[in-house]
Design a protein around this ligand. Sequence first.
Ligand code: BG6
Length: 485
Amino acid sequence: MAFPKGFLWGGATAANQLEGAYDQDGKGLSIMDVLSRGSNRDPRMITGVNEDGECFEFPMGATRHLKENESLACVDIRDYPNHQGIDFYHRYPEDLALLAQMGIRCLRISIAWSRIFPTGEEKMPNEEGLRYYERLIDEMRKYHIEPMITLSHYETPVALCEKYNGWANRKMVELFIRYARVCFERFLPKVKYWLTFNEINVLEYYPYMEAGGLGYDECDLAFAAYHQFLASAMTVSLAHEMRKDAMIGCMITYPCLYPYSCHPQDMLVYTKGNRSTYFYTDVMCRGRYPSYKKKEYERKGINLPVQEGDLEKLKTGTVDYIGFSYYTSNVVASSNELETTSGNMSQSVKNPYLQRSEWGWQIDPVGLRITLSNLYERYGLPLFIVENGLGAKDVLEKDGTIHDEYRIEYIRRHVEEIEKAIEDDGVEVLGYLVWGIIDLVSASTGEFIKRYGMIHVECDEQGNGSLIRRPKDSFYWYRDWIAKH
Ligand code: BG6
């Protein structure tokens, strides 16, 4: 059997997408709390009010600064799906009991930074927030489910976005390390697996979501990446000081890239395209900036704000493993006249050989095997697939069943490719986590009908419904798969 003993089969979630209780027990606003519901066609809007109480809004992908008299806030004309999530905050005991029945061995959660430090700058952490995560982790341990924690999964406190404009400002490093230290002091003895920044390479596409930044230009992006690399390295070193066998990983989204053709110009675009992913892992796995990035900054006149000791920190704080999300492969071409389709936080030229999900994401299990090889051969570090899954519209039958054979097919084909990567290519894989193992709010569109779960949550697009949980067919399939492997 290819899967090694101790392989961590499980599921993944993020606080802002399922907890709800967005303003309870001392929690401050996070950037996701002021993001409205969107759809595949309408973008999610960032909302707020000005000093005169007038509302404003703009799409989350827009390049716009906050004006001096403006602050981020929830407004009446919009609704905010993350406020309720699936009310996991109150219902997690029931959810964990169901997940335990499925036999999962690992659950990835994130800590909402603003539950611990509501504005990011309080002198003391919010004890109620810490106690919630403590109860949650203890409950996981009760079922022998290994927790994995993401420290920052698109959850910057709103106050830090307003005051510092997010990670382009070095102050964020200090505040993040303070937050990480509090989390480690409390949870490190109980939690071995950690991730620093979720999909750090999304920074270039959605700086608001990834780095709490608005109106970023190229220089801001370079600074924000630099500060996050520094924070990541310092976090890794800190964790190792506090617990020798701690496993701290980076996390990227990896859209396996293909050139449209074997034309040298397409190959060149492909080579350069790959760099926008590898740049992040190059720094966090090798501890230094790659030459192609140094040249690019030189050309653009960008000087990184390096301070004494920084480079040493980057060098010593390299990650223990690479966590990545994989949903789709993307095609790039030198021509911009080809038909495109959407991918995870990205766009791709249509691949004629692949089918697409209802949201246009190209389905490519073999791409996962290629991804595993690419990353392992480049860095030689253990890999962890911390997100993979299919967003689809499910039908709740009258008898309460949900027949999601398309999801079973998607997952089965992907895990079979992992098996080949381990068995035939010799890749070291620590585990596999199904994204949104329980239905939750979509990050990119804010929809609820884009479901990933193996556990169904009864809730319509407006957030109405009993929130009753029901196993889907994929629940039983995964349970059997885990038992067998
Ligand atoms: C990843 C994120 O981008 O993909 C998750 O880490 C997200 O937060 C997942 O939910 C699926 O994307 P979406 O946009 O369909 O929710």
